[in-house]
Design a protein around this ligand. Structure first.
Ligand SMILES: [Zn+2]
Length: 445
């Protein structure tokens, strides 16, 4: 138990026009403009014994090589060890390609170099601003998303299920200066930032950006709404692998959903009681998740042929240049699967990062994928901590983590998405193993 010190900072990370945007295979072109700025934010907490950094960014995700470089830079420049840095991406589909996906264009290396420097800068500024502080937690009801795994006859499609599993609350961390002035607010909710769709070619932070920009205006501060006293509002994305927003297709809809989340967060924030003494603990584990076996060589050859044919026909059958590019790039996936098929059945794994950050009896669990909301609920239910936040898109992103039951049903997250993300899908028991590890780590800390 030690006296809390906290510091927060934010920087703009908007990429230049012309970079490829991550998230949609059907996007017709690279970015053609900027609608709203993307931000990276850092909150550094120190209890005298342990220093941790919570880092967020308006990005789809971050490739593992970029994440490793980021954490190395942060350690070199601030002394905070990689286990103590929790990086969460909002998963906006209106950001640059920093999470390489097949068929969606190229990563802009010059931008990525600068991006890492910007994020490290935010962490450094937050360290420089460390001051005595108070912290507390709360939550409020909130829902802007529906489960998207809609069953139509025997298939599961990307739709909306009004009574399916979805996130129904916001969680809020309140960090104030000793005089009560808010320094930072961290708010968690889980809904895919896909209000703007594949046809949008303007850089945007989607609903999460609107929520973060709106939230300071809902908080009661002294003097009211003065920019110099506005807290840094960090959004962390929960487990929204199976949740889409209830409204889509326009910036107005994104603004509306952002306002709903901001208002709910303010409602949760206001009654939070804060304290000066805390104990901070972190742990990080890398789980080698077993992958599914490849098909037979015969099947893989047939599949490759079909993919080659579709790519060859695409210029004639597709009017969207994005789909022509995607079909051509997906041939690469089918080639990879044939390679695996020729190697035969053998144990193959994909590394997955589980991180826990505990602040007294509150645990923040970070997972490096797109888990379904059901996994968050499972971890919350089994958690030894009084309060548990489960985040996806944290410390990189390997792709979807469906529930075991979803594998029986099929659908985009189970069958299709891996073609963009990687090669072979993780096995159905993955969610269970990730949950077990998270619960064990919380028990140990
Ligand atoms: Zn996603």
């Amino acid at each position: 138990m030690g006296r809390l010190r906290a510091g927060a900072a934010q920087v703009v990370i908007t990429p230049p026009v012309g970079v490829w945007m991550a998230g949609f295979a059907a996007r017709p072109s690279a970015s053609q403009g900027i609608h709203d700025d993307l931000m990276a934010k850092a909150l550094v907490l120190d209890d005298g014994a342990q220093r941790v950094a919570l880092v967020t960014a308006d990005l789809l995700g971050l490739d593992f090589d970029l994440l490793t470089r980021l954490k190395e830079h942060i350690q070199r420049q601030t002394g905070i060890a990689p286990e103590g840095v929790l990086f969460n991406a909002s998963h906006t589909h209106g950001g640059p390609m920093t999470n390489t996906l097949r068929g969606m264009g190229e990563r802009d290396e010059a931008y990525c170099d600068l991006l890492l420097r910007h994020i490290v800068g935010a962490v450094k500024m937050a360290v420089d601003r460390l001051q005595d502080a108070r912290i507390g937690f709360g939550s409020a009801p909130c829902c802007i998303g529906f489960n998207r795994r809609e069953r139509i006859r025997r298939d599961v499609v990307l739709g909306l299920v009004k009574r399916g599993p979805t996130d129904t609350r916001v969680d809020v961390m309140r960090v104030d200066a000793l005089d009560g002035q808010p320094l930072a607010v961290v708010f968690r909710h889980a809904t895919h930032p896909v209000v703007l769709g594949a046809d949008n070619v303007l850089i945007t932070a989607d609903w999460c950006g609107y929520a973060a920009r709106t939230l300071p205006h809902f908080l009661i501060t002294q003097p009211p709404n003065h920019p110099a006293t506005q807290p840094v509002c960090l959004f962390v994305q929960g487990c929204c692998g199976d949740i889409n927003p209830i409204q889509r297709g326009s910036f107005e809809a994104a603004a509306w959903l952002g306002r709903i989340v901001a208002a709910a967060s303010a409602q949760a924030w206001y009654p939070i009681e804060t304290r000066e003494e805390v104990t901070l603990k972190t742990s990080l584990r890398i789980l080698p998740l077993p992958l599914q076996d490849p098909p037979s060589v015969e099947e893989a050859e047939k599949q490759l042929e079909a993919y080659q044919q579709r790519a060859a026909d695409a210029p004639k059958t597709q009017t969207n240049p994005g789909m022509v590019r995607t079909y051509q790039d997906l041939v690469g996936w089918a080639e990879k699967i044939l390679e695996f098929a020729k190697e035969g059945i053998k144990p193959r794994t994909q590394d997955f990062v589980v991180q826990t950050l505990t602040i007294d009896d509150t645990a923040i669990v970070g997972l490096s994928g797109e888990p379904f909301i059901e996994l968050a609920w499972d971890i919350e239910r089994r958690s030894p901590c009084a309060r548990t936040w489960v985040l996806g898109y944290t410390n990189g992103c390997i792709g979807y983590v469906p529930t075991a039951r979803a594998y029986e049903e099929g659908g985009y997250e189970v069958v299709d998405a891996v073609r963009y993300y990687g090669d072979l899908m993780i096995r159905p028991e993955s969610a269970q193993r990730i949950g077990d590890a998270a619960v064990e780590m919380m028990r140990e800390t």
